[in-house]
Design a protein around this ligand. Structure first.
Ligand code: UTP
Length: 298
């Protein structure tokens, strides 16, 4: 019987350079898909998976993120005065139970592995999840919830994976597969951002993990890896060498890379088209724009 996964780390201390100049003053995770910030999608997914404690690894300039999960008495009072009960209801999504959310600073952006390590004192002897809010996953059953269900059977360490085309593989951590069992694959190695010709498979790790405390111990001893950063992938790969189980999980759902401009725009369109109040106006606009592009190309 595995211990329950009740804590999640949200590393949000990156510089977000691909969205400059916006991210000079707006944290990437506060940027909105339609009308909800990326971080709201991440929190909803964590809640659906049974997470009770939310640990954010932040950095300078991320105070908008802390304010987002704080109560806002003036705004709430004004909405109440105007009888805007529907909007008050919307704000409830941002309510966090007192003490359920913690913020830790990563003083230097030394990499994802380092960001996770910064939260080590809040993780005791229990498995924990890691969610990267810039990977947004649209799914009938929340991706982390699918993973938690599967983890109950496998234990060990689990990473969410998806198949990516060869020309994109060098942007990801990649699995060296031992046995492919369908939705689960067992792993005999991992490589961070390999060249296309060196990639051991087309299975790329995306931003959802369930990890054991041994990963924190591995991170204690980790040197800088690819890109001069302390890589989470290297710390997980070390667990494979030490004989612990590491599994890739092929999740059911559509993942949007909201850390890139194209991915962010695709997610915006997909989430807007899924909404009754927006889909007709937006789809009409998109059709007209595509006709214009096709005309211009002729
Ligand atoms: P990215 O690789 O997307 O980096 O990090 P970034 O800084 O956010 O964005 P770009 O590449 O400069 O545009 C993946 C996740 O890891 C976190 C980021 O905040 C993001 O959620 N991260 C990365 C940290 O928390 N600390 C780091 O040192 C690096």
């Amino acid at each position: 019987m595995q211990k329950k996964v009740t804590k999640a780390i949200f590393p949000v201390a990156g510089l977000g350079t691909r969205f400059l100049p916006a991210t000079k003053s707006v944290p990437k995770e506060i940027m909105t898909l339609v009308d909800r910030p990326l971080v709201q999608y991440a929190i909803d997914e964590a809640r659906a998976a049974g997470i009770k404690e939310f640990i954010f690894v932040t950095s300078r300039g991320k105070s908008a993120l802390e304010d987002y999960f704080d109560c806002s008495p003036v705004l709430e009072e004004e909405l109440r005065r105007r009888g805007k009960t529907d909007m008050l209801e919307l704000l409830k999504q941002t309510d966090m139970e007192s003490g359920a959310i913690a913020y830790i600073r990563q003083h230097k952006a030394l990499g994802l592995g380092h960001a996770v390590w910064c939260a080590r004192r809040l993780i005791t002897n229990e498995p924990f999840a890691v969610i990267l809010p810039d990977d947004v996953i649209a799914a009938d059953v929340a991706c982390l919830q699918q993973m938690v269900e599967t983890y109950k059977k496998t234990g060990g360490n689990m990473v969410a994976v998806m198949e990516v085309p060869p020309e994109e593989i060098s942007s990801y951590g990649v699995l060296d597969v031992q046995e492919d069992m369908g939705s689960i694959v067992s792993v005999k190695g991992m490589v961070e951002k390999p060249a296309k010709e060196d990639a051991p498979s087309n299975l790329a790790i995306i931003g959802r993990y369930i990890l054991s405390t041994s990963i924190m111990c591995n991170l204690n001893k980790m040197n800088r890896g690819t890109g001069g950063e302390i890589q989470l992938t290297d710390a997980i790969a070390k667990d494979i060498n030490d004989g612990s189980g590491v599994y890739g999980y092929r999740f059911r759902g559509q993942r949007f890379d909201c850390g890139s401009k194209a991915g962010f725009l695709k997610a915006t369109v997909a989430f807007a088209l899924a909404r009754d109040d927006l889909k007709f106006e937006l789809s009409k606009f998109l059709e007209e724009e595509i006709i214009k592009i096709n005309h211009a190309a002729q």
